[in-house]
Design a protein around this ligand. Sequence first.
Ligand code: MLC
Ligand code: AMP
Length: 521
Amino acid sequence: MQAKATGTRKTSKDNNLFSVLRAGFPTDMRACAVETDSGLQYSWQDLEDATSMVANMLESLECPKGARIAVQVEKSVEAMILYMATLRAGFIYLPLNTAYQSAEMAYFIEDAKPSVVVCSGKNFGWISKLAFQCGTGYVFTLNDDRSGSLLERAAQFSRKHAIAACKADDLAAIIYTSGTTGRSKGAMLSHANLISNARVLQQYWDWRSAVQGGDVLIHALPIFHVHGLFVAIHGALINGSKMIWCANFGPKVALEKMAEATVFMGVPTLYVRLLGEAGLTREAVRNMRLFISGSAPMLIETFNDWQSRTGHTILERYGMSETVMLTSNPCKAQDGERVGGTVGFPLPGVQLRIAGEGGVVSGPGEIGAIEVKGPNVFQGYWNMPEKTAEEFTGDGFFKTGDVGHIDAQGYVTIVGRSKDLIISGGYNVYPAEIEGYINAIAGVAESALVGVPDADFGEVGVAVVVAKPGAQLEPASIIAQLKATLANFKIPKRCHVVKDLPRNAMGKVQKNVLRSHYSGT
Ligand code: MLC
Ligand code: AMP
């Protein structure tokens, strides 16, 4: 595992990520902190009051130190307030994708054993049953219209709250990422991990204070993954910058909001969809300072089209759940140019190296496994010490599972992945998990899921399935059965039933053969 930073054992409220974000709030607490696409306004004082009330409420439950607060709710400002309040009270936030269905939720709840679960009112019946069976003490509801038992209960609590003291390496959040074996792993991120990354990005992306004209962020991403939850929210809060809050991404609304905003963050699909809008012109984005893309590879055509349509050069950056942000193309001219197809330089404090067959490679352009070390690198996988140990080198570098190279100027390019992973519209889909579900369908002998290029989502899954002797399989029925069980983004967009799967001399399925055969089908 990675070496621990010094001073991590001291307990102080200054180690709490919430303190650091709170210190960024502007002096004028009446100013607008968040404006929603439905016209609601929240001042900085509203955030201070509401996070205090929810934090007091959470503390009143007398959960043990290190308790997990698992949350599966639709995007709302109140959901962000719940995240901030969890930090404020010193508990561990565990966000869950709203697309997860019961089998997926059962796994997370059984694995993480949260003390508190917060879900949408419409899911209370089945989620509370699951949670209480696993020993969860409290299940609250929170809806995107500000109704639900969480806020009703919090309304009875004080607007004053003393931020919980913690150690720097105490956990702030657990982010589940699927695994190549099909079992999701909870990446444990400490307050220090998240604080270091938020501070580095504030500097590197040159966030402007109110005095410098004041950045305004369009927040259009989901808030259960690193990109929307940490990179976007922390970026705005630590800088005291207003957020324009979109409950869902819609290219028309996002484009309209650009007249009042300066920063936009998106996965490549969001840029592809914005490029589909005739209204995307230089004039429409004249107020914008910075467009940031990440979470998935961006096609060079998208990068170039954006430049010619808007006059702006997208800043591509690279990160992951286990490490938050690792590299970024330059923001300020003095740091260099933004080069399309690359993910830029390692961020200040991040060590990034390329490991080849015989050890660390030194020559520019040599391709190998990307390994990283730094104050942003996570504390390990929840309840999986052996898996954690496997993912670190002897000298404390984390093996990202991404493959790339570094050029003579120091720009990092990702060329592929050693992990069998499909990234679709910025969501990760692990073939092993989906194949497990397909193989469990009656009449299926075996299957393979491969990622093929897609103009909208970048990559989408295609399932190739072999039937047991005598069994009749219908692709539509396979898809329908998967839809009944799995999160929607994991569903293969197409399914083919074949006689057998191509294998190499070792008997291993040749996914590259399937990928090229089914591309464009
Ligand atoms: C939705 N669908 C998807 C999908 N999203 N299928 C594959 N991949 C996806 N990402 C399904 C829907 O269920 C629907 O299926 C069909 O595709 C069309 O849906 P849609 O209406 O077009 O989808 P939409 O709701 O508009 O969502 C698309 C999207 C969303 C791109 C806005 O996927 C999204 O917000 N992605 C961002 C993910 C993200 O934040 N990633 C960050 C991870 S952090 P059907 O069958 O019902 O029609 C990370 C680290 C880092 O990676 O570096 O940042
Ligand atoms: P997640 O597990 O959801 O955090 O996804 C992290 C993975 O997304 C990384 O390991 C990369 O494979 C991929 N990724 C993130 N940013 C980029 C990027 N800018 N370009 C290519 N891949 C990226």
